[in-house]
Write a protein that binds this ligand. Structure first.
Ligand SMILES: Nc1nc2c(ncn2[C@@H]2O[C@H](COP(=O)(O)OP(=O)(O)OP(=O)(O)O)[C@@H](O)[C@H]2O)c(=O)[nH]1
Length: 139
């Protein structure tokens, strides 16, 4: 086997952007995924938080996922377009006990569409309903 065959394949970087209203649980999802932690206490994300997670996909494919955790208050702000630009994946997060947070996803999605207007490749967009256990307590 030659040296080049023994080397691991270089990492492929993928950008995943997490969007949605404040307190829907975006940071919690990102930290649970990237660091396997969960904080009960709320700490507002100011602007942007950033996490990296290296994963190995079938076929020995190394992927470094960049998770861009965007603060809920950035909607309507100047920086949001720049955060979204170049993403391969978007998570649109709402709190299932807060209907308004679901309705407001339309505004978030409109920004995603605007940023990717005219671009050849479009990001994959997933809808995430968070805080499912709270529903048991509410109803
Ligand atoms: N019960 C419950 N609480 C959650 C869940 N996810 C997040 N939380 C709590 O909800 C609060 C807000 O969570 P964050 O992850 O900070 O919310 P965020 O969307 O990042 O908020 P912003 O920074 O304002 O954009 C925190 O107190 C979390 O502990 C969940 O699945 N269930």
């Amino acid at each position: 086997m030659s040296d080049s065959e023994e080397e691991e394949s270089p990492d492929r970087q993928l950008k995943l952007v997490v969007l949605g209203d404040g307190t829907t649980g975006k940071t919690s999802l990102a930290t649970r995924f990237a660091q396997e932690t969960f904080a009960k206490q709320y700490k507002q994300t100011l602007g942007l938080d950033f996490f990296l997670k290296r994963i190995l996909l079938p076929g020995n494919l190394n992927v470094t996922l960049q998770v861009w955790d965007v603060g809920g208050q950035t909607i309507g702000g100047k920086m949001l377009d720049k955060y979204i630009y170049g993403a391969q994946g978007i998570l649109l997060v709402y709190d299932i006990t807060n209907g308004q947070s679901f309705e407001n996803l339309e505004d978030w999605y409109n920004v995603v569409k605007k940023v990717n207007e005219g671009s050849e490749t479009q990001p994959l967009v997933a809808l995430v309903g968070n805080k499912s256990k709270l529903l048991i307590f509410k109803y």
